[in-house]
Design a protein around this ligand. Structure first.
Ligand SMILES: [Mn+2]
Length: 347
């Protein structure tokens, strides 16, 4: 496996030079953040990003993410133009040596939490999803702002999107996803860029909006839509793992065994009795997931793709981008590396 770390570009308070000092760090996964969703990333901009990363002694082989425009998910408006732009992005990224593109197909909202700075008993802060807090949230009030939610949406835009999705069934969303894949996967094959969808986080419907990349049955269906190694997964242990209905080591064994996991997000999560959850430190002892069993499943499958510690808590007084501080994610990387070395030496 190749250990990587998410980096949000020059504005990220976590610098490349600090990431470089984490043991066994091969590179960062990043994106171009100032180009509107749906538009083409110019080759010169991608090359400039790559130069900045390689000058710091790191690789840039994974893009997280190239977002999918809502018109594609809704199958409306400028859908076909945005699909053409997406194909151009795959070509441009392939030309610059990018090997994997992570993306998701969640309507309107990316990952959703109800609080970003919940203080845990040890004094650290973590992202949490509490059901009682969720019930009080109204996405149409115009007052909500959570990370992962596109802050550029105005209240009226959100209202309009909710109405549009109100008319869309889950089967419609599957249909639009299949159309998107049937167009882009041949381009990904020709460009030698592996597409890796991120599961929905959390893996259930939020605010009445449909979510489909949620469980084994749906992952099987997704992979069969276009049966190509270039149509693969970002398997996020913390997203799929915030419900006990998903057996993460079993999913890893199955899909890594099929060669369809191109990017591994590894983190732990503590599932609460009422179905809510708290993000926890990576160690198995800190959450509901057996991180050793998950990594052993990757190791047994001969996984040689990209891996990264996923979200971290805020510890040691660090401030910055919620879920994406330096210290706890660095501890996560070191923990994963330690388990991997043990697995290597025991096999
Ligand atoms: Mn993830």
């Amino acid at each position: 496996m190749k250990m990587t770390f998410r980096w949000y570009g020059s504005d990220d308070p976590v610098s490349l030079s600090k990431i470089r000092q984490i043991p066994n760090m091969s590179g960062v996964v990043s994106a171009i953040y100032d180009i509107p969703v749906g538009e083409v990333w110019p080759v010169e901009r991608i090359q400039a990003l790559k130069r900045e990363v390689t000058a710091a002694g790191l690789e840039l082989e994974v893009i997280e993410s190239v977002p999918v425009h809502e018109d594609i998910k809704l199958g409306r408006g400028d859908c076909e133009r945005y699909i053409e732009n997406y194909k151009q992005n795959i070509k441009n990224l392939g030309q610059c040596g990018i090997k994997v593109i992570c993306y998701n197909f969640m309507p309107v909202f990316d990952w959703t939490r109800t609080q970003l700075d919940k203080e845990l008993p040890d004094g650290s802060n973590a992202l949490v999803y509490y059901k009682d807090q969720l019930e009080k949230m109204n996405p149409l009030s115009g007052e909500l702002s959570l990370p992962g939610w596109d802050a550029s949406y105005k209240k009226e835009d959100l209202q309009e999107l909710f109405e549009a999705y109100g008319k869309l069934t889950e089967e419609d969303l599957w249909h639009n996803l299949e159309h998107f894949l049937s167009e882009i996967i041949p381009v990904a094959e020709a460009s030698d860029v592996k597409m890796a969808i991120h599961p929905d986080d959390p893996p259930w419907n939020i605010f009445g909006l449909p979510r489909i990349i949620t469980n084994e049955k749906n992952l099987d269906r997704f992979l069969a839509l276009v049966d190509s190694p270039y149509n693969g997964l970002t398997l996020c242990s913390g997203s799929l793992g915030c419900t006990t209905a998903n057996d993460i080591p079993a999913l890893v064994r199955k899909y890594a065994g099929m060669g369809r996991i191109h990017f591994a997000h590894v983190r732990n999560v503590k599932i609460l009795p009422d179905g809510g959850f708290e993000e926890s430190a990576h160690d198995s002892s800190c959450g509901s997931l057996d991180i050793f069993a998950i990594l052993k499943a990757y190791h047994d499958a001969g996984f040689d793709g990209y891996i990264r510690p996923d979200h971290g808590r805020m510890i040691w007084g660090e401030t910055g981008r919620a879920g994406y501080g330096l210290y706890d994610r660095a501890l996560g990387a070191v923990y994963i590396n330690g388990i991997w070395e043990a697995l290597d030496k025991m096999s």
